[in-house]
Write a protein that binds this ligand. Structure first.
Ligand SMILES: [Mg+2]
Length: 244
């Protein structure tokens, strides 16, 4: 039987990486798309619990939701596909999700939500300036095929990033470090009040070997396994010596 694949994202229905990823996945199985009805980047892993969410069927196997990326994965798996789903893919995001980005990323959160429901999942992201979604999608196809044939351990998702230009072979690496600007922009409104912009646009990447940050600057795609369990095991014994 053909695998059932759910495609989600956080860039919403108009995200440039959605159609190329969905069409690549159709070469592997039957695809259902559930995406936010507007851009929800940096929504992280929010779930909409305090207001109703509405699903809109755009065409067969294609839905939008006025909810978060994680809502899309959850509703897609539980309500639309009734858990008959072999793989969830998220993306391809317009913009990298490297290092600490995974904390904020809605793209990663949609994949993480799937893993919380025990469905294997992969998050795909690419250079924000690159338009090469079709080329990235052909790598996404190869990676998804491997996940379908090998499976993933419980609690693990894959986070994949594609650089701009001709993408070299994906390398398996750990998360690196990205440093965001700490700027907060404060402005005045016409009534004398204040408002703020959290821009966070300036990013410095720390180049250390074997990380996603370094790998993409060398022109390779990066593949990083992420675990749901964020316990710091190295700290457990030290912490047990503290007197609470
Ligand atoms: Mg996004």
């Amino acid at each position: 039987m053909k695998p059932r694949i759910l495609v989600c994202n956080d860039d919403g229905i108009h995200g440039p990486g959605l159609a190329p990823l969905a069409s690549a996945m159709r070469r592997l199985g039957r695809v259902t798309v559930v995406v936010p009805d507007q851009e929800r980047s940096a929504d992280s892993h929010s779930l909409t619990l305090h207001k109703p969410i509405r699903l809109r069927r755009v065409k067969p196997d294609f839905y939008t939701l006025n909810g978060s990326p994680a809502d899309c994965a959850r509703l897609g798996i539980l309500e639309i596909l009734k858990e008959r789903v072999d793989l969830v893919v998220s993306g391809i995001n317009r913009g990298y999700n490297l290092g600490e980005d995974v904390v904020y990323s809605g793209t990663v959160a949609a994949a993480r939500e799937a893993v919380l429901i025990d469905i294997p999942a992969v998050a795909f992201s690419q250079d924000p300036e690159s338009k090469a979604y079709a080329a990235s999608s052909s790598w996404a196809l190869k990676i998804a095929r491997q996940v379908l044939s090998n499976g993933l351990p419980a609690g693990v998702l894959l986070n994949v990033n594609f650089p701009s230009g001709a993408v070299k072979k994906p390398l398996v690496v750990r998360l690196g470090q990205r440093i965001y600007s700490k700027d907060v922009t404060k402005r005045s409104d016409p009534r004398g009040g204040h408002y703020y912009w959290l821009a966070g646009t300036k990013v410095t990447s720390v180049r250390s070997k074997g990380t996603d940050v370094t790998t993409i600057t060398d022109g390779h795609a990066s593949v990083t396994p992420l675990h749901i369990d964020s316990t710091d095991f190295a700290m457990l014994d030290t912490l047990r010596t503290w007197e609470f």
